[in-house]
Write a protein of this length. Structure first.
Length: 681
């Protein structure tokens, strides 16, 4: 039954070359639509992909079988279904996601009423619009390459829609579309480099960014999920020698408040627009480190910059200000890629905050949580006597080194008294387990302490001059307050896993089946391929996505402007566009006055015929001229008539060439000369 049904539904495939012109063009357009929509399926509802697939397959079957298109009532029913499902998915028909969903559904449905050329044009325009919507979600290089292919496909379909009746070659249409796109490429590059921009190319809010990354809250186990993510968090390029791995601490959210289960920041997690900057009380030593960091989109307003960054160059469109706890905060979460130039001091001392009560709040613990760990901390404090915070910290670190603790990405789930369970029972955890336990112990002993989150270390070798910091480098460490000095960093992970800090040796995450098999066969090649991809992706980010207004002015400096401004940029753009317009007008004038080589060949033959007394009107085709030759010259003119018929066959055959046959022209000229000099005439 199912086989018979499939045979009934699936049409007979006659072969690509035997398909009618309209069927071939339709199948090609359906393939282009499927390719254009494909990247959207990862973030649109599942029903969108199912509906689009069913409609495209339905339309493809009708094209091959030559069936009639569905009626208007069927289209209205499917359209109503798409609208209802969109509203059910988003509870609205307005906004980015509902709009993109409806655009995809409408383009698929429009293929079911491709009855005229204007219907095809609607599909083309919807396709170009959907290409633009892809960049609301991602501006990565693979998406850009995929959309270039879509543009070529839609342009090819547009060329086919203007082709005359017959069977033109898809290769010819594709070649013309490619040449048209290449002719427009210089204009595109010019506009990209010189057109004034309100914000960077990537300045579209991305409310669908990855759910991994730093957060303004931390539970025991939350950093473990981030550490399994090998995607890039940021790329850092240093001027001069790079800091050693133990000095690469990139400071993010500082978490002080603890409710027994979750750590949260003290104060607002962003910098209010009208709030003044509150630089930290910082004492620096040594030589400053100047660096440039390209940050990938984050979920927080805290920029993970190198400790201790003292100066950040202004960033276009983004206000970044320092805070007393050594964070650099923006007005909102960093939903787009951001490039900053900054200066940091590796050797520093962070003094007291001017915020009232910060030291006191760094000692508070919720009642009723982790009683055994607090008793352990008080016992150690009593055992050490009058030890200060630094001596107490050294004792805790020594206990971690010798207490049988295990550093792992799979510590398992912990209960309500998670610190008790971790510190005294299971002794298995990741960086946030050790940092949380350390801070609870310090506070239990009467010493102020807090948690700092961010990234630590990077890939060991730079790629294209940039050190890559991955999400798997996400880290949590601690700070304690030492009277007379200030806040001092203490990283319990360095005690249990020194290679993690000293060499940036992250715990290995089990790779996928394909990647794991490839890496097992040739790990060196796998690493080289990944580095090559990272280098190419970094060039894309730096040269395209991070091309800002400042870089536009730098381009003007490189071509001779001493102090360029926006007026110079506008004048240069207007001048360049005017020059291109004049060049295009000149080419159009030249092309208009050019003579097609086929027409030129036919005119030569007509002149030869007129010399023989054969009438050859300007509008007559080669076949009509051949009839005149036979009528006037009889059997003697047969070579000329045959040559004219051959010319027409060559000109309008399926295997048409760009230039006429020069040998045929020479043969025609020789035959006409023989007739003119013939004694019979």
């Amino acid at each position: 039954m199912s086989i018979a049904l499939a045979r009934t539904w699936l049409p007979h495939w006659p072969g690509w070359r035997r398909l009618p012109r309209e069927a071939r063009d339709t199948l090609f357009l359906l393939a282009v639509i499927a390719w254009t929509v494909l990247p959207h399926l990862s973030h649109l509802p599942v029903w969108t992909g199912v509906l689009t697939t069913v409609v495209l397959l339905w339309r493809g079957r009708l094209a091959v079988a030559g069936g009639a298109l569905p009626g208007r009532l069927v289209l209205l029913a499917v359209l109503a279904l798409a609208i209802g499902l969109t509203f059910w998915s988003y509870r609205s028909l307005l906004g980015k996601e509902p709009g993109v969903t409806m655009a995809v559904a409408l383009m698929a449905l429009k293929t079911l009423e491709l009855r005229a050329r204007r219907d095809a044009f609607v599909v083309f325009f919807l396709g170009f619009f959907i290409i633009l919507t892809h960049f609301l979600y991602s501006q990565s290089m693979p998406v850009a390459v995929a959309m270039l292919i879509s543009i070529w496909g839609l342009l090819t379909g547009l060329v086919l829609a203007h082709m005359p009746v017959g069977q033109p070659s898809l290769r010819q249409a594709g070649g013309l579309a490619a040449r048209t796109a290449l002719l427009g490429a210089p204009v595109m590059a010019l506009l990209f480099m010189l057109f004034p921009r309100i914000g960077p190319l990537w300045g579209v809010p991305q409310d669908g960014i990855s759910t991994t990354g730093l957060s303004n809250a931390m539970k025991m186990g939350s950093m473990t999920e981030v550490a399994r993510d090998e995607s890039v968090a940021m790329r850092v390029r240093f001027e001069g020698r790079a800091p050693s791995p133990p000095d690469m601490y990139f400071r993010g959210p500082v978490l002080t408040r603890f409710d027994g289960l979750e750590w949260r920041p003290l104060g607002l997690p962003f910098a209010p627009a009208n709030a003044p900057a509150r630089p930290p009380e910082l004492k620096t030593q040594g030589t400053p480190v100047r660096y440039e960091a390209t940050l990938e989109p984050l979920r927080v307003a805290s920029l993970p910059l190198l400790e201790a960054t003292t100066e950040v160059a202004p960033v276009e469109g983004v206000r970044i200000s320092p805070r007393e706890d050594l964070q650099w905060l923006g007005e909102r979460p960093v939903y787009e890629r951001l490039r900053v130039s900054a200066t940091a001091y590796i050797r520093h001392t962070l003094g007291s905050s001017r915020r009232n009560g910060e030291i006191q709040e760094s000692m508070e613990l919720p009642a009723g949580f982790n009683p055994r760990t607090l008793a352990w901390a008080r016992a150690l404090r009593s055992e050490l006597g009058n030890a200060d915070a630094t001596a107490f910290t050294q004792a805790v670190m020594s206990h971690i080194r010798t207490g049988g603790y295990d550093y792992t990405l799979s510590p398992g789930e912990y209960g309500r008294n998670a610190v008790d369970e971790f510190w005294l029972d299971r002794k298995t955890g990741f960086c946030e387990h050790f940092a949380s336990a350390f801070v609870v112990i310090m506070r239990g002993a009467g010493f102020p302490a807090r948690i700092v989150t961010g990234y630590q270390g990077s890939d060991q070798e730079p790629v294209d001059g940039y050190y890559i910091v991955r999400q798997s480098s996400a880290h949590a460490w601690a700070e304690y307050w030492q009277s007379g000095i200030g806040w001092v960093r203490a990283d319990p992970t360095a005690a249990v896993a020194p290679d993690r800090i000293g060499r940036s040796s992250r715990l290995e995450v089990k790779p996928g089946l394909v990647a794991g098999a490839f890496a097992a066969m040739n790990p060196e090649l796998f690493a080289e391929l990944r580095n090559a991809w990272e280098a190419v992706n970094n060039r894309w980010n730096q040269w395209v996505l991070n091309y800002t207004r400042g870089q536009q002015l730098d381009v003007l400096k490189n071509i001779g402007f001493t102090a360029p401004d926006w007026e110079d940029l506008a004048l240069l753009l207007i001048g360049a566009l005017s020059a291109l317009a004049l060049a295009g007008a000149a080419w159009a004038w030249f092309d208009r006055h050019r003579v097609d080589p086929w027409v030129r060949q036919l005119e030569r033959m007509k002149r030869a015929l007129r010399a023989l007394g054969v009438p050859a009107a300007p509008h007559e085709a080669p076949r009509a001229l051949a009839a005149h030759v036979r009528e006037r010259l009889g059997k003697a003119g047969e070579p000329l008539a045959a040559a004219l018929e051959l010319l027409e066959a060559q000109r309008y055959s399926r295997a048409q060439t760009r230039h006429p046959d020069a040998a045929l022209t020479r043969q025609f000229a020789a035959a006409s000369r023989r007739l003119r000099t013939s004694p019979s005439r």
